[in-house]
Ligand binder design. Structure first.
Ligand SMILES: N[C@@H](CCC(=O)N[C@@H](CS)C(=O)NCC(=O)O)C(=O)O
Length: 188
């Protein structure tokens, strides 16, 4: 089994955490944007290849890893909603980040980017009000959220100052050994 990904992506990080938790044997192949454009039809990472099976999304990869190791995958609807809302907010944040980084386009120049920015702010406020049981071991919904928050701070995309529940969750996640092991590199 092989996973293609980067050490900075929060989507990939969640899969790396699941791999450490499940102790499944898997080769990690570091992949940049040029390579991901050739190996995946979505031109994104992570990508998992296991024999004839190819999975192009972190959600299907996580389900595959969890089920392969004999655990279920997000049976709880509240946790699943948290996971999905986080994905929506994280997609918007990553989109803003790439447009600024590669094309120098900011929200001031684009109505749609302004909407994306507003989505991130209202999404973070809603996530801060969501039921969060910030205790280890974290559920997949909460691991997802913690990966996003840590990435958002790493890339200077978000500010958690007034968001006390999210701050507490990230503080707890940062005490988890697999969360620590998968932290994005300082110079990434
Ligand atoms: N829905 C995808 C999103 C993955 C994603 O957005 N990956 C980013 C890295 S954080 C990527 O590869 N982006 C490349 C691009 O947008 O061209 C998943 O959950 O795997």
């Amino acid at each position: 089994m092989k996973i293609y990904g980067s050490f900075t992506s929060p989507f990939v990080r969640h899969c790396r955490i699941a791999l450490l938790e499940t102790e499944l044997s898997c080769e990690f192949i570091e992949t940049d944007a040029t390579q991901s454009a050739t190996i995946s039809p979505t031109k994104k990472v992570p990508l998992l290849v296991d024999g004839d099976l190819t999975l192009t999304d972190s959600s299907s990869i996580l389900r595959y890893l969890r089920e392969k190791s004999g655990t279920g995958f997000m049976a709880d609807i509240v946790d699943f909603e948290l996971f999905n809302m986080t994905n929506t907010v994280m997609d918007a944040s990553v989109n803003i980040f790439f447009l600024e980084k590669f094309d120098n386009i900011t929200a001031e120049q684009s109505q749609y980017l302004s909407r994306q920015k507003a989505r991130v702010l209202s999404g973070l406020e809603a996530l801060n009000e969501a039921p969060i049981n910030a205790q280890l071991p974290l559920s997949d919904g909460l691991i997802r959220l913690a990966c996003f928050l840590d990435w958002g701070i790493y890339r200077e995309r978000i500010n958690l100052k007034a968001l006390t529940n999210l701050t507490r969750l990230l503080d707890v996640a940062r005490t988890d050994k697999n969360f620590i092991k998968t932290a994005p590199p300082i110079d990434g």
